[in-house]
Design a protein around this ligand. Structure first.
Ligand SMILES: [Mn+2]
Length: 307
């Protein structure tokens, strides 16, 4: 399938609320898929074990054009058929942008078709109960477009959001999440404990930090309250402890609007931002392509830009 055909399929589904609901229900179970180099660990962690290449995309916020640019520029639709690539999306698919419905449909279509190759992580705009971001205009977009049925579509999407994994890892290499590690990690004895892995559900405070936190480059600060009103600002000590417990070298995350990418904590925390919608005033969408270990020696060389 080429990009044009993919786009037609997306627009066709977007044309009917029944089709969207069907896609949401068909793709829900694939979010916790294990197989072919992906291992899902409840309640929301994905291990990426075997792959030819790994691509990573930051926040899209309804920027369907940038998503399509990325798919065509990297020949992702072809590579998904030909090779064992993995594509990790770091969350924040909806709210703010002009084509939120098309963006979400695209990602669910890809996940449904390639459950072993697509990883859809949760952002703070795929919100848990009691932690709704501002704006959360996805619901208004749906109601405006589909009338009374819009609310039904929203409810189905909301349920799906609760099932999105909140973290992924390439063992020995990279930890992926939307915002940051939980600040209580300084007191944790194990990776599993710090991230609720193996439990029935993720602890609310842990999830809040994962979805909402931002790094701060101030060595003397362990962590501080965040101006966002949720999550924390986390200092280099928390990053070090996270890398140690998770057995990884880098944290790759989204959440902050930056010109493509930003490095914090001596290059150990990499922020990717991939939305070029006007509200952010950002002209470069950043993404990452990880090929082999050589690329990880200087991780900035794995970062590319769409301008
Ligand atoms: Mn965010």
């Amino acid at each position: 399938m080429g990009v044009d055909e993919f786009n037609s399929k997306v627009l066709e589904i977007a044309g009917s609320p029944e089709n969207i609901i069907k896609l949401v229900s068909d793709s829900a179970d694939t979010l916790s898929y294990s197989g072919n180099g992906l291992v899902y660990r409840p309640p929301g962690m994905v291990e990426i074990i075997g792959y030819d290449e790994v691509y990573v995309i930051g926040d899209l916020h309804g920027d369907y054009n940038t998503l399509i640019d990325f798919l065509s520029r990297e020949r992702i639709l072809e590579k998904l058929v030909e090779s064992n690539i993995k594509v990790v999306f770091l969350g924040d698919y909806v709210d703010r942008g002009p084509q939120q419905v098309e963006t979400l449909i695209s990602l669910l279509l890809l996940k449904k078709q390639y459950p072993d190759k697509i990883v859809l992580l949760r952002g703070n705009h795929e919100p848990p109960p009691l932690l709704t971001p501002i704006p959360h205009d996805f619901i208004d977009v749906l109601e405006e477009r589909y009338g009374g049925e819009g609310l039904m579509v929203y409810r189905r999407c909301y349920k799906l959001f609760q099932r999105l994994p909140y973290m992924a890892r390439i063992p020995g290499k990279i930890l992926f999440l939307h915002g940051g590690p939980p600040v209580d990690i300084l007191k944790s004895k194990s990776f599993e404990e710090a991230f609720s892995i193996g439990l029935l559900s993720v602890d609310d405070d842990i999830l809040e930090d994962i979805l909402w936190s931002d790094p701060i480059d101030e060595p003397s600060i362990e962590y501080a309250p965040s101006g966002r009103g949720a999550g924390h600002l986390y200092g280099p000590k928390i990053t070090e402890k996270t890398l140690e417990l998770s057995g990884t070298k880098y944290i790759v995350r989204g959440h902050e609007p930056v010109q493509g990418h930003l490095m914090n904590h001596r290059g150990r925390v990499i922020t990717l931002f991939s939305s070029r919608i006007p509200v952010y005033g950002i002209s470069r969408a950043g993404y990452m392509r990880i090929t082999d270990d050589r690329c990880l020696m200087d991780i900035e060389k794995c970062i590319y830009r769409i301008e």
